[in-house]
Design a protein around this ligand. Structure first.
Ligand code: PBE
Length: 266
């Protein structure tokens, strides 16, 4: 049958990203939920988008663990596979999470982080330029200059400080590279000495829970990072969404004839 032929072409492989990513764990859940013969191969966000680019160039089939917002949807003609069993959950939002006590220790940074809120279009604008090869700090600077109306709302009511050190942790996912650099520069403009530390997903959550990091803007909820959120319940403060309308799932080029994860069942 067609499922079997496709499986062979794909080597029964779903191209994943880093093992700590929620979307990889959800893909592993989908393999179980649908009884698939596939393995989820872990790598990195960058390796996944390279594999996607190579497959599309050769018009070959590929299944990747995908998410939106993401520049790949503007660059390529892609589709999410339908997920009737709901292995990947429903709509997601991205939340800002801070260490306990930040409100008292750094009330101005706390206020800015609490106010930080933008749209998928905003984030995609930054992400796309970075993907085209521009320096992320320059792109973030330009975005801030062009969106003073938004940024001034984030800093509303906050006072400038004098070189206080603040640490933001993030993972090298395209979405989080964009958001962390933008909010990092905004904090810098408000007088903070900002350190951005790139780590894996587990250590990122552990850092904000232990206080090694002051904040993350990379918490995908309610589903993708559910386990991390449960693990650190009471050890972090959730400042709510900085972006709404996010999504995770299995993504394939539009030229592939399958439309649902169920089409992978043999
Ligand atoms: N992502 C992007 C992450 C969250 C941000 C969807 C790849 C994940 O944990 O899966």
């Amino acid at each position: 049958d067609s499922g079997g032929t496709l499986g062979k072409q794909l080597g029964y492989k779903i191209t994943g990203i880093d093992a700590g990513a929620g979307v990889v764990q959800a893909a592993e859940k989908a393999v179980k939920d649908y009884g698939l013969d596939y393995t989820v191969q872990t790598s990195s966000g960058a390796a996944m988008t390279q594999a996607l680019a190579d497959a599309i160039e050769n018009k070959e089939p590929i299944i990747v663990t995908g998410w939106s917002p993401h520049w790949k949807f503007a660059k390529y003609d892609l589709k999410y596979l339908e997920d009737p069993k709901g292995s990947f959950g429903e709509a997601e939002h991205i939340n800002t999470i801070v260490r306990l006590g930040l409100d008292k220790d750094m009330p101005n940074a706390y206020k800015i982080l609490d106010n930080f809120y933008w749209t998928s279009d905003d984030m995609e604008a930054v992400m796309s330029k970075v993907n085209e090869g521009a320096d992320v700090e320059e792109v973030a600077r330009q975005w801030i200059d062009d969106h003073q109306d938004k940024v001034s709302k984030w800093t509303e009511g906050a006072e400038k400080v004098n070189g206080e050190a603040i640490k933001l942790a993030y993972v090298a996912w395209d979405t989080e590279i964009a958001s962390t650099n933008v909010i990092g520069l905004v904090l810098e403009d408000m007088g903070y000495k900002v350190t951005l530390t790139q780590v894996e997903a587990g250590p990122m959550w552990a850092a904000v829970a232990s206080g090694d990091a002051d904040a993350i803007v990379a918490a995908w909820l309610p589903g993708t990072h559910k386990k991390y959120m449960e693990d650190y319940k009471g050890q972090v403060e959730d400042l709510g969404p900085n972006l709404e309308g996010a999504k995770i799932g299995l993504v394939v080029p539009a030229y592939m004839e399958i439309n649902s994860i169920e089409d992978l069942i043999e």
